[in-house]
Design a protein around this ligand. Sequence first.
Ligand SMILES: Nc1ncnc2c1ncn2[C@@H]1O[C@H](COP(=O)(O)OP(=O)(O)OP(=O)(O)O)[C@@H](O)[C@H]1O
Ligand SMILES: [Mg+2]
Length: 280
Amino acid sequence: MTAQTAPEANAGDTPALLAVNNIEVIYDRVILVLKGVSLLVPKGRIVALLGANGAGKTTTLKAISNLLRAERGDVTKGSIEFGGVRVDRLTPSELVRRGVIQVMEGRHCFAHLTIEENLLTGAFTRRAGRRELAEALERVYHYFPRIKERRKSVSGYTSGGEQQMTAIGRALMAQPSMILLDEPSMGLAPQIVDEIFGIVRDLNQREGVSFLLAEQNTNIALKFADFGYILESGRVVMDGPAAELATNEDVKEFYLGISGAGRKSFRDSKFYRRRKRWLA
Ligand SMILES: Nc1ncnc2c1ncn2[C@@H]1O[C@H](COP(=O)(O)OP(=O)(O)OP(=O)(O)O)[C@@H](O)[C@H]1O
Ligand SMILES: [Mg+2]
């Protein structure tokens, strides 16, 4: 485990499905947010993108799914490849057709539609017949029995956990081979977070869907991911197999709030980190 090495040295025992090569992202033509980020997601793996508030996780995911332009953001350096082909100039819907879809931070269900109607909106890039749609819905309900029960409920009145499940289910309707999942744990009770991550693992193992997972919740992400990258201020500062990161002393101290000297609060470690940077 090292600070950023050449991308081919990372995560790499199987060929990369997704390769992000040294990208730089600028918002509003002047605000430099990503300062040369590289990462790999091998086929069939779950890779976690970790880091504190504002580190650049969402920006990285949006750079991959081509959603940055809507935010006046631009990839100004580097390249992004999916399945060995450059995809950084495609539209988001072209990318969905090739198998990459993003589940946005904050869930974003259509509040006035039912759960099932929300799911059906996820199939818009496919020209699916009725039967195909019914099969796709059944597949989603198989993984998310909780939303099957609630399928006729208006999404705006369902719980945060159900909305997160609906958002992931809607992405599945496009039959992706890779899901970019932004902060699925946000604002949810630990038990629901566990349930959702369990389903992510199932989808990964049974359907072979690869995941790039942005999370502030380092603890849960490292429990379910194969490999992790830690972002700080738009740079990858550490990467390695999830099990190694979870036992690394710096990660424990700064991201898991645990250290040899006992438990540290996030505020302490934030302060400490600032001090450390200052000294560096
Ligand atoms: N549309 C935008 N215009 C200008 N700056 C932006 C924009 N979106 C994000 N930023 C800035 O880019 C940096 C990275 O933000 P980003 O949302 O990628 O972080 P994040 O790691 O996803 O954080 P969080 O965990 O809070 O979701 C932040 O400093 C943020 O203020
Ligand atoms: Mg974010």
